[in-house]
Design a protein around this ligand. Structure first.
Ligand SMILES: Cc1cc2nc3c(=O)[nH]c(=O)nc-3n(C[C@H](O)[C@H](O)[C@H](O)COP(=O)(O)OP(=O)(O)OC[C@H]3O[C@@H](n4cnc5c(N)ncnc54)[C@H](O)[C@@H]3O)c2cc1C
Length: 404
């Protein structure tokens, strides 16, 4: 059948039992579950001109399958999320590897026993590794804070190296921070992996959808009870009704086409956008992606290379490693991180999570709380960073609640 695309002007609200805003994993899993398990007629409203949210991929002009909103590698220990996706795609086994480009030399990230040899030379690396294993045990991830807590100059030497050469400049570029502003709780989590396992993720299941993410979403939204309106912003079709004129007065109803909508509304966009930023915009980092195509089979040694000490971009991804596509040419993508300033031309990617911003978000959330048919869900609506598997898990849990 294919996805049932509809113009919003042609929607008859009498035929709609549930509204879902956004067609990323949060919105698409909810739409499918409400349609299939709940037997509800679902209207999906998506502001972009395509489905699949951040996971959208397509063939570029050079014939290479590329991700348009950042490289996405599926990895999980959540059996339910993995089983759920199996219904909509076959998988290509892919174990993601990341290298740091350290003044032109490549070393595995997370920093591990192999990186240690590259950084310190074989002999010194063997001595330091032995000490690390004696202190912490083998095959463990140890944070640089744990290393420093031992008050041992050798362990401190490893911690300092990782901090200065793998972590600091990358984090400054990613978040636009000076070294002093880098949150100690983030530094605390930087790991040294006492292993020769060069994989970036150690999750039980890792892979890529065999034909890409967009066909997976097309199958998920291909259901007789689902209609999708593209190029439609929630804020332009929702008529928000408030309990009073007070700026902090909560919602009493949301109307579509002049009628209060009583069914579930699953909202997966940013909450500040829904309220036209009445309390100011929620802070985010955005990304610019610069694509380059080369007439050679491969351009770099693995899927992603992080630039940890040089270059203004954070990382380069070469898609053919991820997708397994065979072609004589290749496309790479450089990522530049910036503050998010213009919702018309930029996309909010990373919520900047701190106490002040959480309070700002909670002020928006409070506007929705009395409305018991409104469900904020997903990385934007919840102002959090979530991996894909976590979002799928959260959507399935909300569907359990709504349709049993
Ligand atoms: C650069 C980057 C790389 C990532 N890589 C990985 C990875 O390798 N592995 C992993 O597991 N996770 C990764 N993630 C996380 C992953 O992107 C999220 O888990 C996933 O996008 C969450 O899905 P979602 O539906 O909540 O949000 P989204 O995918 O962002 O979907 C939200 C949808 O809502 C639409 N929308 C927003 N506002 C409105 C509105 N007002 N009206 C109508 N529609 C609206 C948007 O257009 C979008 O289509 C990455 C994230 C980023 C930023």
């Amino acid at each position: 059948m294919g996805v049932n695309y509809l113009d919003y002007a042609d929607v008859n609200m009498a035929d709609v039992d549930a509204v879902v805003v956004g067609s990323g994993f949060a919105g698409s899993v909810m739409a499918r579950e409400l349609a299939e398990r709940g037997n509800k007629r679902v209207l999906v409203i998506e502001k972009k001109n395509h489905i699949a949210g951040n996971m959208y991929d397509e063939i570029d002009e050079a014939g290479i399958l590329v991700h348009r909103y950042g490289p996405h590698i599926f990895h999980t220990n959540n059996q339910r999320a993995f089983d759920y996706l199996q219904r909509f795609t076959e998988w290509r086994d892919y174990q993601h590897e990341v290298l740091a480009n350290w003044y032109g030399t490549f070393m595995p990230v997370p920093f591990n026993k192999n990186s240690m040899e590259i950084a310190f030379g074989e002999e010194e690396a063997a001595r330091l590794t032995e000490k690390l294993i004696e202190t912490f045990g083998d095959e463990r991830k140890v944070t640089i804070t744990e290393l420093r807590a031992q008050d041992d100059p050798d362990l401190e030497k490893v911690a300092d190296f990782v901090y200065e050469n793998v972590f600091l400049y990358y984090t400054q570029k990613q978040w636009g921070l000076t070294p002093d502003e880098v949150d100690p709780s983030v530094v605390a989590r930087v790991p040294v992996f006492l292993s020769r396992d060069n994989r970036y993720f150690q999750d039980e299941f890792q892979g890529m959808p065999l034909e890409g993410y967009t066909p997976l979403f097309e199958r998920m939204l291909d259901h007789e009870n689902i209609s999708v309106c593209l190029n439609t912003e929630a804020e332009s079709v929702f008529d928000l009704r408030f309990s009073s004129d007070d700026e902090d007065a909560p919602l009493s109803a949301i109307a579509l086409k002049d009628q209060n909508f009583e069914g579930p509304i699953i909202y997966t966009g940013p909450l500040d956008e829904l309220f036209l930023a009445r309390f100011g915009r929620l802070p985010y980092r955005t990304l610019d992606f610069v694509y380059e195509t080369y007439d050679q089979e491969f351009w770099q040694p693995c899927g992603t290379v992080n630039y940890t000490v040089t270059e203004p971009y954070t990382r380069i991804t070469e898609f053919k490693y991820l997708t397994g596509q065979e072609a004589p040419n290749t496309t790479i993508m450089k990522e530049f991180s910036h503050p998010y300033e213009d919702p018309d031309t930029q996309i909010p990617y990373y919520a900047i999570i701190n106490d002040e911003n959480n309070a700002h978000y909670n002020r928006y959330l409070a506007l929705t709380e009395p409305l018991d048919n409104f469900y904020p869900l997903g990385r934007l609506a919840e102002y959090r960073y979530y991996n894909m598997d976590v979002i799928i898990g959260r959507a399935l849990a909300l569907a359990d609640e709504l349709v049993g």
